[in-house]
Design a protein around this ligand. Sequence first.
Ligand code: GLU
Length: 417
Amino acid sequence: MDTIRENPFTIAQRQFDIAADLLDLHPGLCKVLRNPQRELSVSFPVKMDDGSIEVFTGYRVQHNLSRGPAKGGLRYHPQVDLDEVRALAMWMTWKCAVTNLPYGGAKGGVIVDPKQLSLSELERMTRRYATEISVLIGPDRDIPAPDVNTTPQVMAWIMDTISMHQGYTVPAIVTGKPINIGGSHGRNEATARGLTVVLHESARHLSLPLDRARVVIQGFGNAGSVAAHLLHEMGATIVAISDSQGGIYNPGGLQPNAVQQYKQNTGSVTGFPEADTLTNDALLELPCEILVPAALENQITARNASRIKARIIGEAANGPTTPEADEILYDQGCFVIPDILANAGGVTVSYFEWVQGLQEFFWTEREVNAQLERIMSTSFQNVLRTAQERKVHMRTAAYLVAVHLVSQATMTRGIYP
Ligand code: GLU
């Protein structure tokens, strides 16, 4: 990992600039889209179990609302800062446009290590944070969802808090809820399932047999762990897995079920028997066909990109690759499926959950997965066609599709007043 972390918002703006130049976007429109529309910073007290009072800082940023209500997750992490949330919000705008979901982009976060809190402290912190950002969120305004370290239970507390304020239940205020209170079938697996769809399309495009592929997965949270299970089921060999503590490697293949069980018992994948231990840095450079970064930003940079051996990178994480690394990877023939496409399965099923909540009419898991597959493969083909026509890599192609749609919507609506 880089010792000096590049500013994710600067990176997001640079990615946008590349597409804006190629689209010959009006300079005024560039100014509109380069910066978030609204930013809320909150500092709020929480009573801790020992009676002391702790003050937490959190954010909610809405990047753009041209195509519909703002949409995007909430992150609980010690490294959250305003620029990270700005970048994540901007990426949500493009993600919702690439998949043609009727949303703008937003993101939220709290600077906290949730592992240091008791369950009741986590609940009180979540309810107070939800109250603080309630001036911005709402089913037709801005709809949060899970992200790093936030779970269906956290979404349930937010839904309950806002519902208590309103005096009636507001299921469509958040997505990623538990199924028994209006969550959607398939939402938990959606990010990983969407990823498998675009990996499948990419493998076909490159004539690479997926069932003989060696897969390396960085990160074993919701996206990484479910991706390991699904890819294993599809016949791929999962050779390496990591979490924030480090990685494990077995060229003969790891059983995702056994690794998950081991992590549940010990708190980490490291130390898993019958596998070598390695660092997160070394893991990225392993020989494999498919690399899935499913952790945080800035993992693949100019420093290590030339040593990456994967044929395909499927970005389950947001922002794992810097623009310099994109060029190096492209030149060495590595096919990168960019985050705003590769991990869009999560927000796609969030959209289905929101629609189901508004209509109070619920779908089967089979219906959810069929619609998810349709949207993911249509979006993939659209981006691939753009990449081939414009002779650019997949990230720039995805940005061309997304920035075009958002700028068209902005122009059609006009600049108020
Ligand atoms: N946090 C997820 C993402 O980065 C999901 C967002 C959502 O479902 O609204 O795409």
